[in-house]
Design a protein around this ligand. Structure first.
Ligand code: B4P
Length: 185
């Protein structure tokens, strides 16, 4: 199985859920920029104070901050990793390509988790995080369409993208993920 992976998809598609599961099964480093940023907010660090309001509005945190967080962690893990929620725009994707080129660890597969908007909204309302109000969720979906969705073409052009239908139960989607990873890209 490829062991340098990226999960892409709209908020609530289940990237975090599946990434956690897969990284445990295959002993990969699970790198979730959302979790790392929330940990900074919780710790009330300088960085956390800078990003708290941005996240509460459903906007993207600045590229420089996110890149600093990711760059440090990837350097210390040469074995295998799974990126979840990063990159989220073309600038981050290009910076990631440079970073991985420098480390001689190119990305091997991008899994695009696809789900309709109404199911996304209802899953997130159920999750109930502080940034999971209907207004903020709808804004995050717009941010996804404008800034993150262009990455689909970026990774398609690099022949790295595979699509994962994500409307089933957690177990059903996990089977889809394993199936996609077992097939050639
Ligand atoms: P993230 O933490 O990445 O979260 P997400 O996109 O909202 O959710 P995800 O797709 O991981 O869904 P999950 O598995 O939790 O981003 C939050 C914020 O952080 C962003 O808005 C931004 O401000 C900031 N940020 C993060 N990365 C950034 C970056 N690179 N650059 C700039 N800013 C960044 O699933 C959602 C819910 O559905 C859960 O409750 C789960 O239990 C449920 N669920 C999952 N799979 C299911 C299934 N199959 N059936 C039913 N329910 C399911």
């Amino acid at each position: 199985m490829n062991h340098r992976l990226l999960f892409l998809g709209p908020p609530g598609a289940g990237k975090g859920t599946q990434a956690q599961r897969l990284s445990e099964h295959h002993q990969l480093l699970h790198l979730s920029t959302g979790d790392l940023l929330r940990a900074e907010v919780k710790a009330a660090s300088d960085l956390g104070k800078q990003v708290e309001a941005v996240m509460a509005r459903g906007e993207l945190v600045s590229d420089a901050l996110v890149l600093a967080i990711v760059g440090e962690r990837l350097k210390t893990h040469a074995k295998g990793w799974l990126l979840d929620g990063f990159p989220r725009n073309l600038a981050q994707a290009e910076a990631l390509d440079d970073l991985l080129g420098g480390l001689e660890q190119p990305l091997q597969r991008v899994l695009l988790m696809e789900l309709d908007d109404e199911t996304l909204v209802s899953r997130l309302l159920n999750r109930g995080r502080t940034d999971d109000t209907e207004e903020v969720i709808r804004h995050r979906l717009n941010v996804y369409r404008e800034q993150t969705a262009p990455l689909i073409q970026h990774y398609e052009a690099l022949r790295l993208l595979s699509r994962v239908p994500s409307h089933g139960s957690v177990e059903e989607v996990a089977r889809e993920v394993e199936m996609v990873l077992g097939s050639p890209s």
